[in-house]
Design a protein around this ligand. Structure first.
Ligand code: BDR
Ligand code: CA
Length: 307
């Protein structure tokens, strides 16, 4: 089987952690590099979390670079209300040795893309590193097969009425990526808010009894509690693994071609992903439907593999 080469740019983050687990344990993917960005927590915390996770998944050999500590033009916003003080509250890792790649996140993305063709770049946080990589070396776009992102929404946002967190934090970066000419696939709140970590999901995961399921259950209990308190949701939506699931199982999501632009104003519309099926050109494949049962099957399958 030919594996899909991927770079994961993330801000772990409870749901980012599960996206990273799937990236490490899927037989269909070849994880070339990981970059971190500030988002759910500060850059030092999201990077420490990514380092802990890669070690926990026995993938400390995958290059991991610290990315940007702040958005391109705006002040950084973090989300401790959902992800806690550490950015990954609920699980205690062994004390792994700090070992980061010597390059900045955007430089690791550039070098990895120059050394490989047909790479899928996945972003599960603000798109700052990828935008910086494109700005520093526009030639890399020819080696990107596709950008697959968790972000945006065809309907409402979550942090403001208009905007979803990842896009809201750095709309200018998202705008650079969305106008780069690279094929894009967007998995936004309109589908990810249907993927809820219900008590039944936690029970099923709990019955798996692997290191992966133990991590999942401990993280999700805190994530769920915070989602309930902060957003008033009945259970937390597991947003970020949607990117990875869409790559490993084509039956889980349905996509529609749309024109998507990013609101980069400083108004209450900032960070909105303006989606239209009528307007041309169609620059993004937007997820519009999800088979929730199949989604969870993919998650359980990968939790079983993390022994
Ligand atoms: C996104 O924001 C973050 O808090 C999550 O990790 C996810 O990437 C959802 O809006
Ligand atoms: Ca995230």
């Amino acid at each position: 089987m030919t594996k899909t080469n991927i770079i994961l740019d993330c801000d772990p983050g409870h749901d980012d952690a599960i996206a990273l687990l799937l990236s490490c344990y899927s037989e269909k993917l070849n994880l070339l590099a990981v970059a971190t960005c500030a988002g759910n927590q500060t850059i030092d915390k999201t990077s420490r979390n990514a380092l802990n996770l890669l070690n926990f998944f026995n993938k400390s050999d995958v290059p991991l670079a610290k990315g940007s500590s702040h958005p391109l033009e705006r002040e950084i916003q973090t989300c401790p209300e959902i992800h806690g003080e550490s950015g990954l509250d609920g699980f205690t890792f062994p004390l792994y040795k700090e070992k980061y790649d010597y390059r900045k996140g955007y430089q690791l993305i550039i070098d990895t893309l120059l050394e490989n063709e047909d790479v899928t770049v996945i972003t599960t946080g603000p798109m700052t590193n990828l935008a910086l990589a494109i700005l520093h070396n526009p030639k890399i776009t020819k080696n990107i097969k596709e950008i697959v992102l968790m972000g945006g929404s065809t309907t409402e946002g979550n942090i403001t009425k208009a905007a979803e967190f990842n896009i809201l934090v750095d709309p200018e970066a998202a705008n650079i990526c969305f106008t780069s000419g690279v094929p894009l696939r967007m998995l936004g709140l309109n589908v990810t808010r249907q993927i809820l970590v219900t008590d039944e999901v936690i029970e099923k995961a709990n019955a798996i009894h692997t290191r992966g399921s133990d991590l999942f259950v401990k993280l999700m209990k805190v994530f769920n509690e915070n989602q309930r308190n902060f957003f008033g949701l009945s259970a937390g939506p597991l947003h970020d693994p949607a990117t990875i699931v869409s790559l490993i199982n084509e039956d889980v999501f349905e996509f529609e071609d749309m024109n998507v632009t990013i609101d980069i104003s400083h108004s209450d519309q900032a960070g909105k992903t303006i989606c239209s099926k009528e307007k041309l050109p169609h620059n993004v494949k937007v997820a519009t439907k999800v088979n929730v049962g199949l989604y969870w099957e993919e998650i359980y399958k990968h939790l079983r593999r993390c022994k």
